[in-house]
Design a protein. Sequence first.
Length: 101
Amino acid sequence: MEDVFLTCGILLFFLMLLIIVRMIIGPTAIDRIVAVNMLGTQTTVLLIIIGIIFGRVDMFVDFALTYALLNFIGSLAAARYLLRTKPLRDAKIVVTEVDRA
């Protein structure tokens, strides 16, 4: 059974490399945020698989839960930052009489 989990872990690791490519090439910031979130989710699953292989699931579940929580908070922070900032091309520059003086 350990061989099955080891094979799943290796396969998951190679799938994570494809997500890293999407993080680098992603055309928009939203694509990059989604890729980082997917990478965090797969890392959480990989931590559980590592815990099963080493026979210390209790310890690795704590690590996985902590990592998943930090990943979620980071995704919320990035989404909130993108929501509050406007792209420069959409911003209108308004020049008033006070600015000219």
